[in-house]
Design a protein around this ligand. Structure first.
Ligand SMILES: Cc1cc2nc3c(=O)[nH]c(=O)nc-3n(C[C@H](O)[C@H](O)[C@H](O)COP(=O)(O)OP(=O)(O)OC[C@H]3O[C@@H](n4cnc5c(N)ncnc54)[C@H](O)[C@@H]3O)c2cc1C
Length: 645
């Protein structure tokens, strides 16, 4: 299949795992341990992705309670996740049932989750958590998980190819047949790798590349668009988490960064015309600072906390950015020239800061008393909070929705499994830390299913050859028909990322979304005529742009369908509604909105993308199964097939 213009390599394996985040590595290790030898792990960048390159003040892992006398159960934990709204009960039950098993495995791999003197894994309470199920090893829980799992994959001898960017999924719309990758190491002429593979574990992370205002690491782009193209359904695509984060380095400014009560300032594009803008809104410095304090542990933007709550801070930052101004945290000076009294803060804030012995002047001093490592962190990344301002924005952080999955994390396309953030297992809200739990559970479940069921009964499809050559022809035409000339691909990526953040982020105006959707549609339709590139090394960006545009289309159309179906503001999304209420007269008209009335809490929106169009359906969530688990009956069935069905 070699031609002069490009070359093609072929590989055949039983299962291909895509992605070297915490989910991808875990899937590979589990498969290997379950006896699956004919596997291959591929990644566009071994060192990229969210798990390895992100963290937070205290990065949280959510697990079943394993300490103390606080009652907990698998069912109760499942109920907590189910209560996040628009969540399937069987998936929530699996995430709870395998929680201890996956967590203890990580602990056994050497992750230093803290225990008390008696060996109990003590926990703390996180958001949307009625218990104290959260734990952490510090700022870099997901990075250390990734490293530990990578080490295990190496020891198990998992075959691995780096710098293979999946650009197409070979599917007949019902069944997965394999993948087409671009080998981005080979830049002289395009080198495509066609992988024939009856199972794919897709662990490509969240579609971070769609947004410019983002706290995902720069190296995480996601690849959900090509999965939609292959016929994989999307679900709950409207549901995200947005929050305040520094833009360089990308890091959530949660916890003590807010509790130290920094000064919020904005400047023009050149860093001039500095002003403290929050006081345009609040009636007193104490009211403003009490809300800043609360933002510390009410981190994600929550539309229910706009009126009378801390999320108005997110809105004010967003508004300032919309004026074309840059927003910063200043730790070096007290807000409003120090003209506030600590005892005028709300009691919660006052008591906390007082208990922490941080009733001192200037934010940097308060931060030093409460959390010196928080200062060290930025210094290590080149920002000295003692002398420099920290630029922030309202950023995309996590996609709660994603690709379709059943209780074995298999999508609607047979043989195509999804694990980690790319899988849409969450709904409107989720307990903090449940993303990492879900990634470990999902990757375990799909490995169990592949080893227990798939390897026996899905014979080679005769269609592979024709499907693969058709798909390859289309993919090479992207490269051969694209206009050559000085490259505009980076500018195009930036343009569409910015449009997405502006119109389809935490604040969504229906008319603006529709306008932006038309632009995305036009770009998709005229893709090859509009994209120019000259350097062969840019080809990977051309495919990334293509994926991103399909993703954006599917996500924006989901948001529009949500509104057409009567959806209102919920979770981390504020939809403009001219018939709604504007909670504060100081906010522009665009902030007139209505809160959702809960009528969609037990419905899941599903999206299918075919021949360039999106179609939607809504279905009721599956409830949490309550089987009569009589031991002898479960055991008898288990002896037959491990209950993998
Ligand atoms: C700032 C921040 C803080 C967070 N804090 C928490 C927290 O406290 N608790 C919590 O539970 N979660 C948290 N999360 C979310 C959590 O970290 C992620 O959901 C999780 O790490 C995702 O893991 P993953 O394995 O699914 O994907 P990733 O780690 O993103 O890995 C994706 C992999 O797929 C590869 N890939 C992508 N596309 C392709 C392609 N086309 N071809 C080949 N390879 C490809 C990438 O290179 C990468 O290796 C946080 C996220 C952020 C951004």
């Amino acid at each position: 299949m070699d031609s002069k213009a490009y070359e093609v390599e072929r590989i055949s394996v039983s299962t291909c795992i895509v992605g070297t985040g915490a989910a991808g590595y875990n899937a590979a290790c589990r498969l290997k341990r379950l006896g699956q030898e004919d596997i291959l792990l591929v990644s566009e960048n071994r060192l990229g992705g969210t798990s390895r390159n992100t963290g937070s003040d205290k990065q949280t892992y959510y697990k079943l309670t394993l300490s103390g006398d606080c009652p907990d159960s698998v069912y109760e934990m499942a109920k907590t996740m189910f209560d996040g709204k628009a969540v399937d009960g069987d998936i929530a039950l699996c995430e709870a049932a395998l929680s201890s098993r996956c967590f203890l495995r990580l602990a056994e791999l050497g992750l230093p989750f803290p225990t008390n003197r008696y060996g109990e894994y003590v926990g703390y309470k996180t958001d949307h958590d009625p218990r104290t199920r959260a734990t952490s090893i510090g700022p870099y829980t997901s990075r250390e998980m990734t490293r530990a799992l990578e080490k295990e994959a190496g020891e198990l001898g998992v075959p691995f190819r780096d710098h293979l960017q999946v650009i197409r999924i070979i599917s007949d719309g019902e069944r997965c047949h394999g993948l087409i990758c671009l080998d981005t190491d080979r830049t002289e002429r395009p080198h495509y790798v066609v992988i024939k593979s009856e199972n794919v574990v897709y662990a490509t992370g969240g579609p971070a590349g769609m947004y410019s205002a983002s706290v995902y690491p720069q190296s995480q782009h996601g690849s959900s668009g090509i999965a939609f193209e292959a016929g994989v359904k999307g679900r709950n695509l409207t549901e995200w988490q947005f929050g305040l984060a520094s833009v360089n380095p990308r890091w959530n400014v949660s916890g003590t960064y807010m509790q130290a009560l920094p000064r919020f300032v904005s400047t023009d594009k050149d860093g001039k015309d500095e002003r403290e803008f929050l006081m345009d809104f609040f009636r007193s410095p104490e009211e403003m600072l009490s809300n800043v304090f609360l933002k510390g542990y009410q981190w994600p933007f929550d539309v229910r906390k706009v009126e009378g709550g801390s999320s108005v801070i997110d809105i004010l930052v967003y508004l300032e950015s919309c004026k074309g101004r840059r927003v910063f945290l200043d730790f070096t000076h007290d807000p409003v020239d120090g003209k506030f009294s600590f005892d005028g803060l709300n009691p919660e804030a006052y008591q906390y800061i007082s208990k922490a012995n941080a009733l001192v002047r200037t934010p940097i001093e308060r931060l030093r008393v409460m959390n010196q490592p928080a200062i060290d962190f930025y210094r290590d990344k080149g920002v000295d909070l003692e002398g420099q301002y920290l630029e922030i924005a309202l950023c995309a952080q996590h996609n709660n929705g994603g690709l379709d999955l059943d209780m074995w994390w298999q999508s609607n396309i047979r043989g195509f499994f999804v694990a980690g953030e790319v899988a849409g297992s969450h709904g409107v809200y989720r307990p903090g830390g449940s993303a990492l739990n879900a990634g470990q559970v999902g990757s375990t479940r799909c490995a169990q299913y592949i080893a227990g069921s798939r390897s026996k009964n899905d014979p080679d499809g005769a269609d592979f050859e024709s499907l693969a050559s058709g798909a390859l022809k289309e993919m090479t035409s992207v490269f051969s028909e694209t206009v050559s000339g000085s490259s505009n691909v980076v500018d195009l990526i930036r343009h569409f990322e910015e449009g997405m953040s502006k119109h389809c982020g935490a604040v969504r105006d229906p008319e603006a979304m529709k306008g932006f959707l038309s632009e995305v549609n036009e770009m998709i339709e005229g893709f090859t005529g509009k994209v120019r590139y000259s350097d062969p090394r840019d080809l990977k960006l051309v495919y990334r742009l293509r994926d991103m545009l399909i993703s954006q289309k599917c996500y924006i159309e989901s948001m529009i369908d949500y509104l057409i179906s009567g959806g209102k503001s919920r979770g981390s999304a504020l939809y403009h509604d001219k018939n709604g209420r504007r909670p504060y007269k100081e906010l522009p008209e665009a902030f007139t909105f209505s809160l959702d009335d809960g009528s969609k809490d037990s419905l899941i929106q599903e999206m299918s993308y075919k021949d360039g169009s999106c179609t939607f359906s809504w279905r009721k969530v599956r409830s949490i199964p309550q089987d009569d688990d009589f031991f002898e009956n479960v055991w008898r069935e288990f002896r037959k097939d491990g209950n993998i069905r």
